[in-house]
Design a protein around this ligand. Structure first.
Ligand SMILES: N[C@@H](CCC(=O)N[C@@H](CS)C(=O)NCC(=O)O)C(=O)O
Length: 236
């Protein structure tokens, strides 16, 4: 039995794909025939009633959702791959802290920006809802910016799955100019130099496997193409 990962092109779920590749775990990737920005098929709710990706089917057939939970679980399943500090250590406490911080403060704000209609009943307030979410992401990034110092990784010299997660989120968080790819803008480089260097360090980490290819291709696919096409980038 292998893992089965449901994702779709344009979704931040590629971070789980990257983690599975880092763990060298056998997995099947099911890319839903649904483009980012369009609703998922209603019948997908039979697999994940919350209707979101990534969704991971574990080898025993049980379902996991929530990116942070999936990453924490994968790190525990493959301790020999050093994807996280050992549970019970102080470093693991730090790992969990930033996993959850990223999930509830950054990923959730990305959704508020992308789907403002879910967070207000007033259609005229949608633009303001998006703007407030983008501002909130900036505040969360400022906290991460301090946490990464001195880096290069959140936990110091050792890369863990929390770095891969933060790098994905840093890539999806829009810059002030929503038409440009965020990880390329000078503005971002100046405002969050540690986050910027952290993304570069994460991608530079010399590890075997195809996770970096997945990561690079997905970042390019998700962000650069929509930016060039003048679309709003959203994690959808
Ligand atoms: N809390 C979820 C959020 C996942 C999420 O927002 N996924 C987006 C793609 S990046 C999605 O499925 N959007 C479709 C929707 O919400 O309808 C997690 O951490 O995994």
């Amino acid at each position: 039995m292998t893992y089965r990962l449901y994702n779709r092109p344009g979704s931040g779920g590629f971070v789980v794909e990257a983690a599975l590749a880092l763990a060298e775990a056998p997995f099947e990737l099911v890319e839903l025939a649904s483009r980012a920005g369009t609703p998922l098929e209603e019948n997908f709710r039979e697999i994940n009633p919350w209707g979101q990706l990534p969704t991971l089917v574990l080898p025993d057939g049980s379902i996991m959702t929530e990116t942070a939970a999936i990453l924490i679980h994968l790190a525990a399943c493959f301790p020999e791959k050093n994807l996280a500090p050992l549970p019970g250590t102080f470093a693991h406490g730090k790992f969990l802290r930033w996993m959850v911080f990223a999930s509830v403060n950054l990923y959730e704000a990305v959704l508020r920006a992308g789907y403002p209609e879910r967070f207000t009943t007033d259609p005229e307030a949608e633009a303001a809802t998006t703007a407030a979410a983008v501002a909130r992401m900036g505040e969360a990034l400022a906290v991460l910016e301090q946490a990464i110092d001195p880096g290069p990784f959140l936990l110091g010299d050792d890369m863990s799955l929390v770095d891969v997660y933060i790098a994905m989120l840093f890539s999806v968080v829009p810059g002030r100019d929503r038409r440009t790819a965020p990880h390329r803008t000078e503005e971002r480089r100046h405002r969050e130099p540690h986050c910027h260097a952290h993304l570069a360090a994460t991608l530079r980490r010399p590890l075997a496997g195809r996770w970096k290819t997945i990561f690079r291709i997905r970042i390019w696919f998700v962000f650069v193409i929509p930016a060039n096409a003048g679309m709003t980038r959203r994690c959808r």
